[in-house]
Design a protein around this ligand. Structure first.
Ligand SMILES: Nc1ncnc2c1ncn2[C@@H]1O[C@H](COP(=O)(O)OP(=O)(O)OP(=O)(O)O)[C@@H](O)[C@H]1O
Length: 249
């Protein structure tokens, strides 16, 4: 079953497109990674999927509906962890979690169980009544992650989650992703941490200048680049060389 469908999307910030005819899909229970150089269009792709940017061509379907067709259903079908944490300075950690629970109509009993388990997983039990200004960068990121995993949407959209988290935090995030995948949720994640992407992603989209250079499992990517034993790092470097060759051509 397909959860997210991105069909021939062209879009950008000005009239000049950043994304060119982008197509990919994510199935139920799949973890898909978007990989690409700085400026390749990863965050722009995510902004189109979450609906903060509109495609000039093509369409995006989440559980079979576009944002326009059913805004409430579309928005409740995903939760999003941005690259830079966006928090309310006047709300405590607990209040951030309560606000998220309210926005997603989460039952009180479920809220309590999930809150406790997330606090434990991310080792934040003692910080419940702290305000964001007193948190470190990694802790601020953990608040966003905990809010996202408090609810159970069909799709988690995560923009570069690993930078700033300590190794235990990274493991906790991977544990959460794995647990939700087992319950049937899907994940779209952008990252530069290629070894982790290679290990955990079911499929990978290699984005290059706003176009998909190759997509699929590691086996599919190796075949696309004709590099049978390549790691994701090797493939990425090969893609970089292609870009340099184009620039100097
Ligand atoms: N707010 C903006 N206004 C205009 N152009 C933008 C804006 N944000 C990004 N861009 C341009 O869009 C292109 C894609 O940027 P995007 O942020 O999607 O890249 P990215 O793949 O997420 O990169 P990074 O790895 O650095 O996070 C770049 O050429 C960038 O200059």
């Amino acid at each position: 079953m397909t959860v997210l469908e991105v069909n021939n999307v062209t879009g950008g910030y000005t009239r000049k497109p950043v994304l060119h005819d982008l197509s990919f899909s994510i199935g139920k229970g799949e973890l898909v990674g978007i990989i690409g150089l700085n400026g390749a269009g990863k965050s722009t792709t995510i902004k189109h999927v979450i609906g903060t940017m509109n495609a000039t061509k093509g369409e995006i379907l989440l559980n079979g509906k576009t944002l326009k067709e059913d805004p409430a259903l579309y928005r409740s079908s995903f939760s999003y962890i941005p690259e830079t944490p966006v928090l309310y300075d006047e709300l405590t950690l607990l209040e951030h979690m309560q606000l998220t629970a309210m926005a997603y109509n989460l039952e009180e009993s479920i809220f309590k169980v999930r809150l406790e388990s997330l606090l434990k997983e991310f080792r934040m039990e003692k910080r419940l009544n702290w305000f964001p200004t007193h948190f470190s960068k990694g802790m601020r990121q953990k608040i966003m992650i905990m809010c996202a995993f408090l609810v159970s949407p069909s799709l988690y959209i995560i923009d570069e989650p690993f930078v700033g988290l300590d190794p235990l935090g990274i493991q906790s995030l991977l544990n959460q992703m794995q647990a939700r995948k087992e319950e049937g949720a899907s994940v779209l994640m952008s990252t530069h941490i290629l070894a982790t992407a290679e290990k955990y992603c079911d499929r990978i989209l290699l984005l290059h200048n706003g176009k998909i250079r190759a997509q699929g499992t590691m086996e599919d990517l190796r075949a696309a680049f004709q590099m049978p034993n390549a790691t994701l790092d090797d493939l990425y470097i090969e893609m970089t060389k292609e870009q340099q060759n184009e620039q100097f051509a």
